[in-house]
Design a protein around this ligand. Structure first.
Ligand SMILES: Nc1nc2c(c(=O)[nH]1)N[C@H]1C(S)=C(S)[C@@H](COP(=O)(O)O)O[C@H]1N2
Ligand SMILES: [Mo]
Length: 435
């Protein structure tokens, strides 16, 4: 199984971290945990100065200087937690997701490859979106064609990575070790995907979209795609999917899919193709990169943690499950005993809506209902809020549990283990001390 290596992971293995970052070969004899020679020179160059006490530096230490000068920071995403640099994976902390509309700087990033030429240049001249395959009327649309020929909408749409919460599974499935922050609800401007498909005249033989994008496989091999997923035609015809060119009132940033991306809200994030260049309508389930094998699939039946599952016993993930976040207060705060503490957050439920959100601060014995907003438009996440008063000083946990319109609620413990660690919608909890 392919395993992505992030800086957090390197950090826990000092020898490998130093070898990877500074080219240090661990000394098999001494196993000394400090840098010398070429590795030290590389680090001094990177921090911009000689390091007088280098001999005291623990092995695998990532210099704090990088927290300021940006070496392990993504431009415009300075406050996100970087899980992986190549390809980029970065997630938000719960309190950064407190807004109705997630500010772009707090919107998580998940790239499978590297940026293509148009995103690197941020110049959309010559952009074309091709719609072909099982259609009566193949289309080739410029950005202006998209803007002029179809009604424009602006909608708040929630997007969540299928692997959000993966770090909670034991044993750890391979892939980015997301905790809670690979979810966001930005305000997208664009056209309805269904309007474009209707203009192309989808034939009765149509089964699935095949999304082709302009990003580059990590190997640089132009024959390989970084990701090429698709959705069933029935979902593609849902009027709330977008071909978007603006995110939060600005052209979509390079890493989020400039100049045009799909937003398929409520479904596995990987369906929302960034840098979309071609929508091929197919008469079978698409088999591009990310559609086959174990990718974005979950076992049909519960299995014991760590079990190998045969590909034919796996289903493609479609709608994401009901979930919620506590965005206020931040975990770890202290609050005066018996005065009202505002607790609030977001909740979302894939293709469903959220019916109610309840919270508990006695480890799930009693629950209190919160005030829950309706979504501002279909597929927007829903804000909830309430007040709590702690009876006596001490350590409390606040747990939040959302229930969807079908009556399905979030589980109190991590749900069924699956080989790639998808769909972890365990309740979010925070720690609060009453003083
Ligand atoms: N072309 C392309 N589209 C893509 C990806 C990608 O790597 N390449 N990543 C997908 C995944 S796995 C997710 S979760 C979302 C992330 O979108 P964001 O980075 O804008 O948050 O984009 C999806 N679209
Ligand atoms: Mo994802």
């Amino acid at each position: 199984m392919k395993r992505e290596r992030g800086i957090n992971e390197l950090y826990s293995d000092p020898d490998r971290a130093d070898a990877h970052l500074w080219g240090r070969k661990p000394d098999p004899l001494t196993r000394r945990g400090f840098l010398n020679g070429a590795g030290l020179t590389a680090m001094a160059l990177a921090v911009g100065a000689h390091i007088p006490f280098a001999r005291n530096m623990p092995g695998g230490l990532i210099p704090a200087a990088f927290a300021q000068n940006g070496s392990f920071v993504i431009n415009g995403k300075e406050d996100l937690v970087v899980l992986n640099e190549r390809p980029i994976g970065a997630e938000a902390r719960a309190h950064q997701l407190d807004d109705d509309v997630t500010p772009t700087r707090y919107h998580y990033v998940r790239n499978n490859g590297n940026l293509g030429a148009m995103a690197r240049s941020m110049d959309s001249t010559g952009y074309r979106l091709v719609v072909a395959g099982e259609v009566d009327n193949p289309l080739e649309l410029s950005l202006d064609d998209l803007k002029r020929n179809f009604p424009t909408h602006t909608w708040n749409l929630q997007l969540e990575c299928t692997g959000n919460g993966r770090a909670g599974y034991e044993p750890h499935p391979s892939g980015m070790q997301w905790t809670i922050g690979a979810v966001a609800c930005s305000r997208w401007t664009g056209v309805s995907l269904a309007d474009v498909l209707k203009a192309a005249g989808v034939k009765p033989s149509a089964v699935y979209t095949a999304n082709h994008s302009d990003d580059v496989h990590l190997s640089g091999n132009p024959e390989l795609q970084a990701l090429s997923r698709g959705i069933p035609i029935s979902k593609a015809m849902n009027p709330h999917n977008m071909l978007a060119w603006e995110m939060n009132g600005e052209p979509i940033p390079d890493i989020h899919g400039f100049p045009v991306r799909m937003v398929i809200p409520g479904w596995a994030g990987s369906a929302s193709a960034k840098w979309i260049s071609r929508i091929q309508i197919r008469d079978q389930v698409h088999d591009g990169r990310g559609m086959t094998g174990m990718s974005y699939r979950i076992n049909k039946y519960p299995v014991r943690a760590g079990t190998d599952v045969a590909p034919e016993d796996m289903n493609i993930v479609q709608s994401m499950p009901v979930k919620s976040l506590i965005t206020r207060p931040e975990t770890g705060v202290s609050t005066p005993v018996s005065s009202a503490l505002t607790v609030r957050g977001q909740a979302w439920a894939g293709d469903q809506t959220v019916r109610n959100v309840d919270i508990s601060f006695d480890f799930g014995q009693t629950w209190q209902t919160t005030r829950l907003n309706d979504p501002v438009n279909p597929y927007a996440w829903q804000q909830w809020e309430t007040e709590v008063r702690f009876p006596i000083p001490g350590y409390y946990e606040i747990w939040a549990r959302a229930t969807d319109s079908n009556g399905r609620a979030q589980p109190q413990v991590v749900p069924g283990w699956n080989p790639r660690g998808y769909l972890n919608n365990v309740m979010h909890r925070i720690a609060v001390t009453a003083v």
